[in-house]
Design a protein around this ligand. Structure first.
Ligand SMILES: [Zn+2]
Length: 540
């Protein structure tokens, strides 16, 4: 048999957690044809002596959607050795999209995108969106979940209320349509509008539809700080009442008053499994998170959507009320500014040239830099000037919790990152270093240097475990017949190079990445290949 590509002499870590072994991997027509000592020559040969040959990494939690229609290369993702991303997370997916919010969503998208680049939000259904993506080709494979927020706003706009009976019916229908089109499950983002307005019952109703089609429930829970335990219990309740497997997104202990509580949260997951709930978690290996600066505003301020929120920011009376709520807190609301302190909240990306200099400053520094009266005023003004399109990094965590979660067998790896690159229009601001560093950081720092995990266990958490979790069973293992998604890395040198101050750096020590049998990274360089596919969950 002639082969397209042979990777010789590497240490094979198969993804199942088994100890490494020596072998050659032969690839033909996009799939793994043989793993053995291969005698025949092939068109292309890679000598992997001293290197580890692993399945391509599967990112359990990715925001690598939206922009994939206009930035297809996904270089920050591919360079980490990731060959498949699970997109549509945190309640937010590009589809479904309805005319109720299309114009506002278009303005939001325009505000976010770099100058000169635009994306027409012309699709409606989940299937239409996937078809558009399929036409373009991508750097990595993309599997999509459907966001509860997208479904909710398509059915009833961004209002701060419960859905009416007929609106809930539309939401169920949109959920079913997405599952029939190949969605892998339902996600929620319960700290963000409009997810924040949903009661548990509403989520259970949609989760019931997802589970009928074999989907899972993946949740950015209602709070990761002071309300963490209650929020985890809500996710478990959804799982138990809807009979659906649960994934806790980017699990973290996000308040210094709770550091150490991962002992308790991990026990909660084990107990829930003991009762028969299939629950698992993902985590990125950092003590800080990242989201929109708008998340600092209380829930009522977002009622009706982004434009309405900006309008309220212009009203001095409403601003005073927002300030009061941030100062005093509101029941059940994850209030980052109060819980973490202004010094731990950094603005990391803005759109306007005038504000470029505040990228990388915390809110106290921004207040001083602007000569603002106080931190509240500084935040409100920046939000208005940037039309809400400013990003932040928040420091909340403790290293011991990060390691404890990482060590647990129910943990898998996810980046929580979107697409960016080291030059060009998508090299903007100071995105969280997880965009470039998640996977190499675990391999270099937590396996090689600190021995928190073995190579085999780390690779399992990056490959076969997420593949099993989301039901992508023809990837994530090195076995004949599987798709040839393969990452070759150097155990002596693999390491992240992205920092909070200087994030736009690809990692070291990942010389070869193969997607569906094609070289995506060759000798450390991205080849420009768009070999990734839009994956759809198969239904029987
Ligand atoms: Zn999230």
């Amino acid at each position: 048999m002639s082969l397209d590509l042979v990777i010789r002499n590497g240490r094979i870590i198969d993804g199942a957690g088994n100890p490494w072994y020596y072998g050659d991997v032969g690839i033909k027509d996009g799939k793994i044809a043989v793993i053995s000592h291969i005698k025949v020559k092939s068109a292309r040969e890679i000598d992997a002596k001293g290197l580890i040959v692993a399945p391509g990494f599967i990112d359990a939690h990715s925001h690598g959607d939206f922009n994939t229609l206009i930035y297809r290369q996904m270089e920050n993702i591919i360079h980490q050795g990731i060959t498949t991303v699970m997109a549509g997370q945190c309640g937010s997916s590009p589809a479904p999209l309805s005319d109720l919010i299309r114009e506002e969503a278009q303005r939001g998208s325009d505000a976010q995108l770099p100058e000169g680049i635009s994306l027409e939000l012309s699709w409606s259904s989940f299937d239409e969106y996937l078809k558009m993506e399929e036409k373009t080709g991508l750097g990595a494979n993309t599997a999509h979940m459907v966001g509860h927020g997208a479904i909710r706003s398509a059915a009833m706009g961004n209002d701060a209320r419960a859905p009416r009976k007929e609106e809930l019916q539309i939401m169920r229908k949109l959920m079913k349509e997405a599952m029939l089109s190949g969605a892998y499950g339902l996600t929620t983002g319960l700290i963000y509008p409009p997810g924040i307005y949903a009661k548990t019952d509403e989520i259970i109703e949609l989760a019931k539809v997802a589970t009928e089609y074999g989907g899972i429930y993946d949740s950015h829970i209602r709070g990761e700080g002071k309300t963490l335990i209650a929020a985890l219990n809500e996710a478990i309740e959804v799982g138990e009442k809807a009979g659906i497997p649960v994934q806790i997104s980017h699990h973290k202990i996000a308040s210094s008053t709770l550091w150490g509580s991962s002992v308790e949260t991990l026990r909660m997951f084990e107990d829930a499994r003991g009762r028969g709930l299939d629950i698992t978690v993902d985590q990125y290996p950092y003590k800080a998170g990242s989201t929109s600066l708008m998340t600092l505003l209380p829930p009522w301020a977002h009622d009706g959507g982004r434009d309405a929120a900006l309008e309220r920011l212009r009203d001095p009376k409403l601003r005073a009320r927002m300030r009061g709520d941030i100062e005093n807190g509101l029941d059940g609301w994850e209030n980052f500014a109060k819980e973490l302190g202004w010094d731990n909240v950094y603005v990391t990306s803005v759109i306007s040239e005038e504000n470029k200099s505040i990228e990388g400053m915390n809110i106290t520094q921004i207040k001083e830099h602007r000569g603002a009266e106080d931190e509240y005023t500084a935040v409100f003004e920046v939000l208005l000037e940037e039309e809400g399109a400013a990003g932040m990094v928040i420091f909340y965590g403790d290293e011991e919790d990060v390691k404890r979660i990482m060590r647990h067998p129910l943990h898998m790896v996810g980046t929580d990152a979107g697409c960016c690159t080291v030059e060009g229009p998508f090299c903007r601001g100071k995105p969280h270093p997880r965009h470039y560093g998640t996977y190499p950081k675990i391999l270099g720092k937590y396996v090689r240097e600190e021995k928190v995990l073995t190579w085999e266990e780390a690779v399992r958490k990056m490959t076969s475990f997420p593949a099993q979790r989301f039901g992508i069973l023809d990837r994530g293992l090195l076995r004949p017949g599987m798709w040839a998604d393969i990452t070759v890395f150097d155990p002596e040198t693999v390491i992240d190079r992205a920092t909070y101050k200087d994030p736009h750096n690809f990692p070291d020590g990942i010389p070869y990445v193969i997607v569906n049998g094609e070289m995506a990274v060759d000798d450390g360089k991205y080849t420009g290949a768009l070999a990734g596919r839009t994956l759809r969950k198969s239904l029987y």
